[in-house]
Design a binder for this molecule. Structure first.
Ligand code: URA
Length: 225
């Protein structure tokens, strides 16, 4: 029965994706390579919503395939999940030229697609990645620095949903403190899904093994002391 429900959900989402593939509701349709609709499980309990496709996503037609996507995959692995367990999408389905911020009129033109995706997928938990997704789906102006890690109860796509704002992985890529906060916020996801937390992953293997120190034949005083 669950498989039949999943197949039906998949079909509706695929059918909707086919419609959105031809969307011309804003000027981004003139510059995109293709629409980046979303990817993952059509019956996911957990959905991630980012900002907009970047260069690689626009080329491949899949969200979060670049450096930020790799980090997202690692963070999921850390809580015992994979990309196939979740659904990943964006506020905008088309790449803004040069990866600039989405414009208000683009968000307005595109938001119906995101709300329809949420309606079809019916996730329990929607994790918003960064400011744009958080402001759109909370309907409030509070920024991500203020609200990250604090779940909110909202109604999206006609269903009660827990909204969970967290930092965007792209922002955490080069800011160690932000990465630490993102990891901490991520660790609460199993609890918010009502699941057992995954056991902590084994310590990461070192990226390189240091060479054994060569015997010093002629010690040289380098003037360091
Ligand atoms: N950043 C996003 O917000 N979405 C993507 O798909 C990739 C990077």
């Amino acid at each position: 029965m669950a498989a039949v429900v999943a197949a039906a959900a998949d079909l509706s989402l695929i059918a909707y994706g086919d419609v959105v593939a031809g969307c011309e509701q804003c000027a981004l349709s003139q510059t995109r390579t293709q629409v980046v609709f979303g990817s993952g499980s059509p019956t996911a309990e957990l959905m991630f919503v980012g900002e907009a496709p970047g260069f690689h996503e626009d080329k491949q037609g899949v969200p979060f395939v670049g450096a930020a996507g790799k980090l997202l995959g690692k963070l999921l692995e850390g809580i015992g999940m994979t990309r196939d367990d979740v659904y990943v999408s964006n506020v905008l389905k088309c790449r803004p030229p040069g990866n600039r911020d989405p414009l208000p009129e683009e968000i307005q033109a595109c938001e119906g697609h995101l709300f329809r995706q949420i309606e079809l997928i019916q996730p329990k938990l929607v994790a918003t990645l960064g400011n744009f997704a958080t402001k759109l789906l909370s309907g409030k102006p509070a920024g991500i620095t203020q609200v990250h890690g604090r779940e909110q109860q909202v109604v999206l796509g006609g269903n009660p949903v827990t909204l969970y704002p967290i930092f965007h992985p792209a922002a955490a890529l080069y800011t160690p403190r932000m990465l630490q906060v993102l990891e901490e916020d991520f660790r609460r996801i199993p609890e918010l899904l009502g699941r057992e937390a995954a056991p902590p992953p084994p310590p990461a293997a070192p990226l390189y093994a240091p060479e054994p120190a060569a015997p010093v034949e002629h010690p040289v005083q380098l003037g360091l002391f």
